[in-house]
Unconditional design. Structure first.
Lengths: 146, 146
DNA sequence: TTTGAATAGTTGCACAAACAACTATATGTC
DNA sequence: GACATATAGTTGTTTGTGCAACTATTCAAA
């Protein structure tokens, strides 16, 4: 049985990710207004390093769904900003382990607060049970396609 | 009452748009495999021109949620690919009206089929009523932030 | 009718993504 | 140990995005 739930007119915003684009733009604006001088993409890398630092670039690729060149350049820029440091692994000289600087550690609390604020603004007036269903659907979509 | 539905661990994929990124990547791959040599972003512009051509770049900005420079360059590239044509408006010489070439008209059916296919793959196993709720939530998110 | 503000579009710059081609290191097999 | 293969990371190219600054045209008010 085909799952043909999308009439043509509705397909556009799903594919283009209108909602997540709007969230990202709002978050970026809030970062800028708060004087937090990082991009959303840089933040998304730091996000995983705050959970666990000293992981390899490849692990960052997996965590952030980005390819290796993207992570190379994000780490390049984060290094220029003095937020992370590449440390060659002792066991495997192919690997860089990525560590946070003290400056990056200080960013965590502020940026997380702004991120939560942004999501609360985004989800204002949406009942919690619908948010749950939405998250569930998006997770399935991701699993179906990955 | 705060709408604090997001625990920290869940905030990431919402902001980064994991699902819509996955959809866009899958669609791009399918375009490539079908020999349809356009990007998703170019397709999103053509999408609106197929609905109504002869609109201005500014109208394309509004329709696609992009800023003017982005549309300028997308139209540049679509013109290089011989898919659209800028025609200066007779009434207002500031305005370019964008028209489809015959080549672009031929692309419509194929790309729309692939797009619908992609969404059906993405939503396989998702019950229709949950998809509806998800769309509803994403629309509210967009409205809350725009 | 002139002047100032608004609008449409372009250009430059920094950042990011996707792909292909590349280097260096590690691993597994003969 | 030597060689093929896999893995980690880098670099180049094209495309797209967001912002600021710019040109050209239109419009409205004095």
């Amino acid at each position: 049985m085909s799952n043909n739930q999308f009439k043509k007119g509705e397909l556009y915003s799903f594919i283009t990710g209108k909602a997540s684009t709007a969230i990202a733009r709002r978050l970026q604006k809030k970062f800028n207004m708060a004087g937090l001088n990082i991009t959303i993409e840089q933040w998304s890398v730091l996000y995983h390093l705050w959970k666990r630092e000293g992981i390899s670039q490849q692990e960052l690729c997996n965590a952030t769904f980005r390819d290796k060149p993207s992570i190379t350049r994000l780490v390049d820029n984060l290094e220029k900003l003095n937020l992370v440091k590449r440390v060659p692994s002792e066991h495997d000289r192919r690997i860089n382990l990525i560590y946070l600087t003290r400056q990056a550690q200080k960013l965590q609390e502020d940026t997380m607060t702004v991120a939560e604020e942004t999501l609360n603004e985004a989800l204002e007036t949406v009942p919690a049970d619908k948010v749950d269903i939405c998250k569930e659907v998006l997770q399935i979509v991701y699993d179906n396609l990955k």
